[in-house]
Design a protein around this ligand. Structure first.
Ligand SMILES: NC(=O)c1ccc[n+]([C@@H]2O[C@H](COP(=O)([O-])OP(=O)(O)OC[C@H]3O[C@@H](n4cnc5c(N)ncnc54)[C@H](OP(=O)(O)O)[C@@H]3O)[C@@H](O)[C@H]2O)c1
Length: 358
């Protein structure tokens, strides 16, 4: 199949510098279309499984991918193998699961019917427990937990934009070896970790902002530029960090500063924060959290897998996490339309301080 929109030379040896073990993107939405599209643009053998509405967008427009620091990749419809049929996954050596958390159970059952033994599966989903759930349903396959650190924004039909920074992370495994070059060559190298749990927690600490961003209903950059919203995030993070310390989990260092310093940094006045955390504000001005997009589209959010995870940790210690509990409740109320959806920083902060008993 012709591979168009590729930044590479036409020499076939340059186009296929690694073994062509097929990759299937299972649940191709924002993250799946972006990562799969980047792999495809670099010459990897990629097929996508997803919904008819995305299939139709891609039939009409192909894929247009971009990166906030520059970089554009275009793939015409003829270059993209997109199907709504799970059977397509059975021809892949590597399957990337990129559905939202609530869909993992269904996907596990669908993949169990089609994946041959030996297939490698990576869950590139936020939250915890996805790889375990897939693993239980998929004996004989290698299931690994991954982590996508950056935001992907859907800008239009078939148009996906990487709006922030970070390297893909995955549990280290020898079975990944045949696929590493494809990721490296696409510009999205896989960083392997022996223990992925501290990496997942480090990401989850940032994802605690998803609820705040969804309730603020403004772009991430605008939200994080305002101290009152940052103080909301600092309260949620401080609560989670205290529980992690009690659990003996030290979140991985994904930023120049250790995770334990984040709440103090977030609390800084706007002018100082802009200076100290300029990288954190290097976000595309239109980007919002996927939770904000879910609320706007009337879809269920992933709140149970993000702030809900902090509540589960608190429960394990026989205690409570009142700030995350309040955010969890407010997002569920917003899902059902029983609370307002445009919280100012000051009103949300007052709500959370009250919950914390401060
Ligand atoms: N977006 C981001 O910036 C970002 C960044 C880092 C991590 N993540 C994480 O990555 C995961 C995916 O997020 P996303 O934003 O890419 O979600 P998304 O845009 O909703 O994409 C998932 C796609 O999979 C489809 N799907 C669901 N069940 C399916 C099934 N059984 N078979 C085929 N397709 C199915 C969904 O369709 P329906 O809508 O019909 O269910 C949707 O089109 C989430 O865990 C998210 O937290 C997202």
């Amino acid at each position: 199949m012709a591979r168009a929109g590729v930044r590479l030379a036409e020499d076939p040896a340059v186009r296929h510098p690694y073994p062509m073990a097929g990759i299937c993107i299972y649940g191709a939405g924002s993250v799946g279309c972006y990562i799969g599209g980047r792999l495809l643009a670099a010459g990897a053998d990629v097929r996508f499984v997803g919904r008819e509405r995305i299939a139709s967008d891609i039939r009409g427009h192909g894929l247009a991918l971009s990166h906030y620091q520059g970089g554009h990749w275009r793939l015409p419809p003829s270059a993209i193998d997109f199907s709504t049929n799970a059977e397509v996954a059975k021809r892949a050596g590597l399957v990337l699961v990129t559905v939202k958390s609530a869909a993992t159970r269904t996907v596990a059952l669908e993949l169990a019917k089609v994946l041959p033994p030996g297939t490698v599966v990576i869950s590139f989903q936020n939250g915890f427990g996805h790889a375990d759930r897939l693993h239980t349903a998929l004996p004989g396959r290698t299931v690994l937990q991954g982590m996508v650190p950056f935001n992907v924004v859907t800008l239009g039909p078939g148009i996906f934009h990487q709006a922030s920074q970070g390297a893909l992370a995955v549990e280290a495994h020898v079975e990944l070896a045949p696929h590493l070059a494809a990721f490296a060559f696409s510009g999205l190298p896989l960083s392997q970790y022996r223990d992925i749990v501290p990496v997942q927690w480090a990401k989850l600490l940032f994802n605690l902002n998803n609820a705040i961003n969804a309730l603020a209903n403004i772009p991430l950059k605008e939200e994080l530029s305002q101290r009152a919203y940052r103080r909301c995030l600092a309260l949620a993070q401080a609560e989670a960090l205290a529980l992690l310390e009690r659990s003996g989990i030290r979140p991985a260092r994904l930023t120049p500063l250790p995770a334990s310093w984040l709440p103090r940094l977030l609390d800084a006045p706007d002018w100082l924060f802009a200076r100290l955390a300029s990288k954190m504000l290097m976000i595309d001005p239109v980007a919002r959290s996927s939770m904000a997009d879910d609320l706007a589209a009337g879809r269920p959010t992933e709140i149970d897998w993000i702030n809900g995870e902090v509540l589960r940790l608190a429960e394990q210690h026989g205690t409570r996490a009142p700030v995350n509990e309040r955010l969890h409740a407010l997002v569920h109320a917003a899902e059902s339309g029983t609370t307002r959806r445009h919280w100012s920083g000051e009103s949300l902060l007052a709500e959370l301080l009250q919950a914390a008993g401060a």
